[in-house]
Design a protein around this ligand. Structure first.
Ligand code: UD1
Length: 369
């Protein structure tokens, strides 16, 4: 008996989570899989380059929703996705992560009585001002199968009253991708292109609305960066949202004038992984990068008041430091003085999460058909 699975991606961080799942499904003759891209991210360097580098097949369906307010983006995904579900009637929809596309597709499918599996379920920052936190709560509430990356995910779901039979601890699928591509990434010439030596730079990413949409907060971060780059060069691939804000707040000229600041466009997966692997220090407000630095053993300072990935702090190299300039500078200097965290590999972040995920999906399907 064949099972028709519709896999959903929408934004950049979905792609590295979906790639190993698609690969693993291709090994199972009984799975007939389709890949749908909502088009939430559409720039070549936010989407297409990742398909190429990660070996993802071209999407079978592209909704092309693009950018917009949360309500309009979510609504457009739902309208487009509903039509596809009605036409193709998949046996199961798989969503990953916590972006608007994840939540929109989960709600749409479940209302059509199509079972939904959520990969990376159970993460909670307990900060409802983060759009992703709302997406996580809603997606988990409606999904049939909740596949978690760490034990705290299981605990959060149980605390919310979820039936334990729906929860499966499978490990971190994004780490499957990292381990698979680490050697290839090492061959990237990106350090030479940017003129930085191994361990001779900090790597920075910023895109959270709470950091970049407020003039005062972003201005404070820029002041802190000014102090840090005087001690250690900073490589900063700038997310499109952040670039717009830096321009509109008049902060871009200040950044480009800093001698130790190296600004680039958003980078592909392999270049970025190479930079991560060789950085002395990583400063970020991303979720996934907190996990990647933990596996690579690189000290990570998270410029947020909280994290939905506490295992990167309790076991990994991550420190959650907030966004005040004084703390950013002080914590960076501590790392430069050799006081960064070392950390260890969390349970089941072992490169085999996709195999466990597909096994759970097939077992569930057998039990329910
Ligand atoms: C989204 C996710 C976030 C994830 C991030 C990774 C939500 C709520 N947020 O945030 O969880 O960490 O992706 O990048 O889903 N833009 C472009 N080109 C693109 C995509 C976006 O220029 O290809 C610009 C547009 O101006 C857009 C803005 O970036 O308005 C924000 O894009 P959006 O997808 O709404 O959210 P992200 O900030 O990228």
């Amino acid at each position: 008996m064949s099972i028709h699975i519709l896999n959903v991606v929408g934004a950049r961080p979905n792609l590295m989570k979906m790639a190993p799942i698609v690969d693993e499904m291709a090994r199972h003759a009984e799975i007939d899989q389709r890949l749908l891209h909502t088009g939430q991210h559409y720039d070549d360097n936010m989407s297409r380059v990742f398909f190429q580098e990660l070996g993802l097949p071209s999407p079978d369906v592209y909704l092309g929703v693009g950018s917009g307010s949360h309500a309009s983006q979510t609504a457009q995904v739902m309208v487009g996705f509903e039509k596809i579900c009605l036409e193709s009637r998949p046996d199961m929809v798989v969503v990953v992560g916590d972006v608007n596309s994840t939540m929109a597709c989960a709600i749409t499918a479940v209302k059509l009585w199509i079972p939904v599996a959520h990969v990376e379920a159970g993460l909670r920052s307990l900060d409802r001002r983060m759009p992703e936190e709302i997406n996580r709560i809603v997606t988990d509430a409606v999904s049939d199968l909740l596949l978690t990356a760490s034990r705290d995910g299981d605990e959060n779901l149980i605390r919310e009253g979820v039936d334990p039979a729906r929860i499966h601890f499978v490990g971190n699928v994004m780490i499957d991708t990292l381990l698979r591509h680490r050697a290839r990434a090492a061959a990237s010439d990106v350090l030479g292109r940017l003129g930085v030596p191994p361990r001779g730079y900090a790597l920075l990413t910023l895109h959270r609305p709470s950091n970049v949409d407020d003039r005062e907060t972003l201005g404070g971060i820029v002041s802190a960066l000014e102090a840090v780059q005087a001690r250690l060069s900073i490589v900063f691939p700038v997310h499109p949202r952040t670039l717009k804000r830096l321009e509109s707040f008049g902060l871009l000229d200040r950044l480009t004038a800093m001698p130790g600041m190296i600004l680039t466009e958003p980078l592909g997966y392999l270049d970025f992984l190479c930079l991560l692997d060789h950085a002395r220090l990583v400063l970020t407000d991303s979720g996934g990068i907190q996990e990647e630095t933990t596996i690579l053993g690189v000290p990570c300072l998270t410029l947020r008041p909280n994290t939905e990935r506490p295992v990167t702090v309790t076991q990994g190299t991550n420190q959650v430091i907030g966004s005040t300039p004084e703390r950013i500078v002080a914590s960076s200097l501590e790392v430069l003085e050799g006081r960064g965290k070392e950390g260890q590999r969390p349970e089941l972040w072992d490169g085999h999460a996709a195999e466990r995920i597909v096994r759970v999906l097939l077992n569930w399907q057998q039990g329910n058909s």
